[in-house]
Design a protein around this ligand. Sequence first.
Ligand code: URA
Ligand code: CA
Length: 433
Amino acid sequence: MRMVDLIEKKRDGKSLTKEEIDYIVTAYTDGSIPDYQMSALLMAIYYVDMTDEEITNLTLAMANSGEVIDLSSIEGIKVDKHSTGGVGDTTTLILAPLVASVGVPVAKMSGRGLGYTGGTLDKLEAIPGFKIEIPEEEFIRLVNESKMAVIGQSGDLAPADKKLYALRDVTATVSSIPLIASSIMSKKIAAGADAIVLDVTTGDGAFMKNIDDAKRLAKTMVRIGKLANRQTMAVISDMSQPLGEAIGNSLEVVEAIETLQGKGPEDLTEMCYVLGSQMVVLAKKADSIEEAREMLSEALHSGKALSKFRELVVNQGGDASVIDEPDKILTARYEVELPAKSSGVVTKLVANELGIAAMMLGAGRKTKEEDIDHAVGIKLHKKVGDTVAEGESLLTIYSNTEAIDEVIALIEAHIEIGDTGEEPPLIHDMITE
Ligand code: URA
Ligand code: CA
């Protein structure tokens, strides 16, 4: 096979066969296809698109390009959840113990985050002592005994995706639906998921800025999940403003603990019920969404879900006293309130810039090499649709430096107070077929 012929075929609008896609992924991963040819193919895919069959073959080829985690020694249906990204997205920290507490096995493989705040791993490391580098056998034993464990993502998971993503990033081919869909699904499949619940976010804090694109991405991923024999469903959720109230690693751990105590923000709690009940049904632990939701509500209000979180922290070496005294990890040197300049209703709280502000404080990283400051971030006291009086605090900035003028200016430019405003819907749609 010659790569130039395959580029020409795609360029001319034709479909690539499974053998051709397997060849491309294998030869690009081992370095025998150069970046310039792969770049040309990516741009052809960007313009021509791919059929569901092509996307499925690409997904499976990328999943098989490195280590494929074998979770078959864990009893039950392993359901994974994936969010396409957002600001202050604390759901994984809550969902994992919540669904595990009703018997869904959670074998969570998680990565470090790039961008606004850390990934789930970074957040868990805000708990002193918490270890994410555990041997795979230990990980599997913990899931069998305790229904949940979290492990750092293997360096060899879907290496083809790692290489392709880096190339897409510099060739203006990231925002291609077949390429995003195969990238996400290949990592879920390589991490051993039997079934997948997707949270496809939309709004200016998300990858997909509008609902139509989010739906197209969700439908594509649900279809390739089916073709790859992984039951998949997607929720289209709003990310025009941050989810919950906390943005920042320690702040989000505290928010997760409060939510597991039944005292969390309403939108975040609801999001966990929506995603969690889908996971419970896919894991066949309940026959209907209503039944699943009742089980989760019982687990949250009885303290069962919080106990499961405590068990996770203890099992992985963390200091469980943080659960009883969460303020212990809120160690930022400065806490600065941001007062409202006028009275009215909050009409805008732009997720993207609030995320950037948290990153500027040190809550996220711009490059892989940077360190994260777990203690810093932003805690919102008002969300879109809330009334506010002049001088009342809109949010608290947690910082380790006094030099936050730029951060304040950025935040102020992206919060609006008007006469009328409504809370945006949390869920825009659900995609099951
Ligand atoms: N997230 C991914 O993992 N891959 C993409 O291509 C986009 C978002
Ligand atoms: Ca949050």
